[in-house]
Design a protein around this ligand. Sequence first.
Ligand code: ZN
Length: 137
Amino acid sequence: MNDIVAEFRAGLLQGVLLLQRCRGCSHLQMYPRYRCTKCQSDQLGFTAASGAGILHSYTVIRAVPPRGFEDDVPYALGVVKLPEGVQLLGRLAAHPESREWSHYRCDGPVVFCPADAEEVQRRPVAWFTVPTDVQVV
Ligand SMILES: [Zn+2]
């Protein structure tokens, strides 16, 4: 496994969304890289994200998935902006009853929802859902 994502993936296994932080200038970046994109330092660590986010955009893949994702269809991917100042692509959990994603809104709140270990091993990606205190209309 690539060293720069190992700690990120370990965080997902522990139910924590980790962001890479530069020890030199405190810059946060996502996804992990070998160097700080602000000061080029290679002294990088990780810090836990709050788990809050805003859904910038999303799509539901219902047909013609990339190779290897055929068994996941349908599934949703979203670009989530975090209050820490970074954004990432994540999976969106389907509504538990409708099994759909129509309750998501662009620019609406989402929260990190840790996947179980088996899912993280299969797809090491952050999952998000709509917070329970948000009214679904
Ligand atoms: Zn830096």
